[in-house]
Design a protein around this ligand. Structure first.
Ligand code: MN
Length: 382
């Protein structure tokens, strides 16, 4: 029986000419641009005068999967609004929270005006998907070097019709972190007023040409260790929001951490509560409610394959967990979504399955039309 699920983690891959066609030349030339090595193993990323060498990441279109296929061969619908719906229908994916890909690299930019111009260009392009079909919930990329530019793009994006704001897990280079209330309070206020969901995607720490770029470890096991390391940024980001009282002051804010699994939620909630209780004398600011209450109510998470993630709902009582496809990335489920959904949910009771496949997502994005009933092979025209 076909299972239909909303995805809390999907991606667009921006066209190469996104900046050259939308920005003045002097700005476009400074935006992220990737030059790949002939053998496809490495790339040089040019960002505003910096040159960053790195192994080809899996979000780029030229990376091949285990069958030797590139993203555009493997998932030709990734950047075509109509074809993409065909892929989603075939996979049983209904609505998607859709992140950019290059947006992740915009965290290397240090000039607030340049970053703001780049975000606006990406956002105007990305919103065409949501305008085309409400199953696409595209995220607005927010320039996060300072609160003035961030607030301006939050308000502009909400006015366009965006429902979600993509935040990197740390602010831009040189900016103070999320728990510095003096710096970011205007942003939290703008988010609450506009009702945008803050969408954190793991692995999006700001970095420049001299930093590690996610390569924290070398040597034996390095690749696996680095993959593990990308997971923690989302947990840190929401912990900073909770600990600095963001949800105390703005209980209407909802945030999701995409691609980072789910059982960390109850774990982090317990750790924060223990700190709050056992180290009470050192805690500043005091909160109105226990940290865990904010995590359980204001924070959501998406996972793709993790069998343990289901237990966050069924055994640990965290209801804010949704599945995500990570389409079209190689960590994702494209090509085997139904197999994955059945493996995850066949032995889970109906209510918990509905919560993870559709319910938590619908709570975040109530404007999205309801998914087809399970067992429906092809949905009617949306
Ligand atoms: Mn993802």
């Amino acid at each position: 029986m076909k299972i239909w699920a909303n995805s809390g983690d999907s991606h667009l891959v921006e066209p190469d000419d996104i900046f050259s066609t939308r920005l003045p030349r002097e700005l476009a030339d400074r935006m992220p641009r990737s030059v790949k090595d002939a053998d496809g193993s490495h790339e040089t990323l040019h960002v505003d005068g910096q040159e960053i060498r790195r192994r080809m990441p899996n979000i780029e279109t030229s990376l091949t999967d285990e069958n030797g296929l590139t993203v555009s061969q493997r998932a030709p619908g990734a950047n075509d609004m109509s074809l993409r719906l065909q892929d989603l229908n075939a996979e049983g994916i209904w609505a998607e929270l859709v992140y950019p890909s290059i947006g992740i690299w915009m965290s290397s930019i240090r000039d607030p005006k340049l970053l703001a111009a780049g975000c606006a260009a990406v956002n105007d392009w990305a919103f065409e998907f949501q305008r085309f079909n409400e199953r696409y919930v595209t995220t607005a990329t927010i320039p996060l070097l300072d609160s003035e530019h961030a607030v301006a793009e939050i308000e502009r994006s909400a006015a366009i019709g965006f429902k979600a704001a993509y935040f990197s897990v740390t602010p831009g280079l040189g900016a103070r972190d999320w728990h510095y209330t003096d710096d970011w309070e205007p942003v939290w206020s703008a988010i609450e007023e506009t009702g945008l969901v803050i969408a954190f995607h793991i692995g999006t720490e700001a970095h420049d040409a001299t930093s590690t770029h996610g390569n924290y470890f070398r040597g034996p096991g390095g690749a696996m260790l680095n993959y593990m390391e990308t997971t923690y940024g989302g947990q840190r980001a929401v912990s900073k929001m909770i600990a600095s009282g963001v949800f105390d002051r703005h209980p209407g804010i909802k945030t999701i951490v995409s691609e980072g699994g789910a059982t960390w939620g109850p774990f982090v909630a317990d750790r924060l509560d223990e700190a709050y209780r056992q180290h009470a004398v050192m805690i500043n600011p005091k909160l109105r409610r226990l940290p865990s209450e904010y995590l359980y109510e204001n924070v959501y998470a998406s996972f793709q394959h993790d069998r343990s993630a289901v237990k966050a709902v069924t055994a640990m009582g965290w209801q804010n967990v949704c599945w995500g496809s990570d389409y079209p990335h190689t960590e994702g489920t494209y090509g085997h979504t139904q197999k994955t959904l059945h493996e995850l949910f066949d032995d889970v009771d109906e209510a918990a399955m509905r919560r993870m496949t559709v319910g938590a997502f619908e709570e975040l994005f109530p404007h999205v039309p309801a998914a087809p009933s399970n067992g429906t092979e092809t949905p009617g025209e949306a």
